[in-house]
Design a protein around this ligand. Structure first.
Ligand code: F6P
Length: 326
């Protein structure tokens, strides 16, 4: 193993439930294996502003159940410049940090990849995002909790949708990916999901209307992925007002509540396994990989693959949704 004595850890980009469980796992597993650990605050920004603290096992006590991230998070523009990354490197050297574990989504791991290559600095990524949009891992940390939150919200909206016999477009997060919308729709027995992955193939709204919605029911719930490609819930509702005025339509945008809350058992376990695996990976001399999970087995996914490739949706899920919404 290369000479690694001290490991820095940071969370970056949008927070996700389970990030704290991951911080705890990285910290404890590193200490267990004889490393020093330093917590870096506010993502890459903390490397520029020198917000770094020694982490002992007690620093991560009583956080496994907490949403958000005790390390705070940020999206750091300066780190996208060579000068910013040089500053970050100098800070790491000053603090004698020899390797970095970055917990975040696509943008954060892209930053880690560039930095690792530029300075030949060991970086390991953990997929922390509710969007589930990283290639090479079946699940990302936070996705399951967000999905459960969506399910609870949609169940509530269904009560009023049914009482008023209305059509509801419920917008969920996911950035450019439809995993939350599609699986959220299946979990709530929704009529349909409108997702970016198939937006260029078919006019999903026209298809929905021409199918006559669910003929045997008097209300309809449609989950819409937030991407501009889908038109978003507002865009679709405007279209319905214009093109299909017979429908009594309402919009609900779930927004940032999807990112909050105590992580589910699934996310806590995933984060704990991935956090421990990050330290295993460093000890096995792995570099510039994201920890993923495939068929319930931990895998190492090169950053280049995890970031560059579009993670495909499982089209059989779309078929299942169609079959079950008759
Ligand atoms: O990537 C996570 C995510 O929650 C996306 O689903 C969403 O598009 C975005 O972050 C929102 O970012 P912000 O909190 O900066 O508005």
């Amino acid at each position: 193993m290369a000479d690694i004595k001290c490991i820095g850890i940071l969370t970056s980009g949008g927070d996700a439930p389970g990030m704290n469980a991951a911080i705890r796992a990285v910290t404890r597993s590193a200490i267990y294996n004889g490393f020093k650990v330093k917590g870096i605050y506010r993502g890459y920004k903390g490397l520029l502003t020198d917000e770094i603290e020694d982490f002992k096992t007690q620093n991560v006590s009583n956080i496994i159940q907490a949403g958000g991230t005790i390390l705070k998070t940020a999206r750091c523009k300066e780190f996208q410049t060579p000068e910013g990354r040089q500053l970050a490197y100098d800070t790491l050297r000053r603090h004698e940090i020899d390797a970095l574990v970055v917990i975040g989504g696509d943008g954060s791991l892209t930053g880690a990849r560039i930095f690792a290559n530029e300075f030949n600095f060991p970086c390991i990524g953990l997929p922390g995002t509710i969007d589930n949009d990283l290639f090479g891992t079946d699940k990302t940390i936070g996705y399951d909790t967000a999905l459960n939150t969506i399910m609870e919200c949609v169940d509530k909206i269904r009560d009023t949708a049914t009482s008023h016999e209305r059509l509801f477009f419920i917008e969920v997060m996911g950035r450019d990916a439809g995993f939350l919308a599609l699986n959220g729709a299946i979990a709530t027995g929704a009529e349909a999901a409108i997702i970016p992955e198939i937006s260029t193939e078919v006019d999903q709204l026209a298809e929905l209307i021409s199918n006559g919605f669910r003929k045997s029911k008097n209300s309809s719930i449609v989950l819409v992925a937030e991407s501009p490609v889908t038109g978003g819930a507002m865009g679709l509702a405007e279209r319905v007002h214009r093109e299909y005025p017979a429908y009594d339509v309402r919009v609900s945008i779930l927004g940032h509540l999807q990112r909050g809350g105590s992580p589910t058992a699934t996310d806590r376990i995933l984060a704990s396994r991935m956090g421990a695996a990050a330290i295993d990976a460093l000890m096995e001399d792995q570099r510039n990989v994201m920890i993923g999970i495939q068929n319930d087995q931990i895998v190492y996914v090169p950053f280049s693959k995890a970031i560059k490739n579009d993670k495909p949706i499982d089209r059989t899920l779309l078929e299942t949704l169609r079959k079950l919404s008759i």
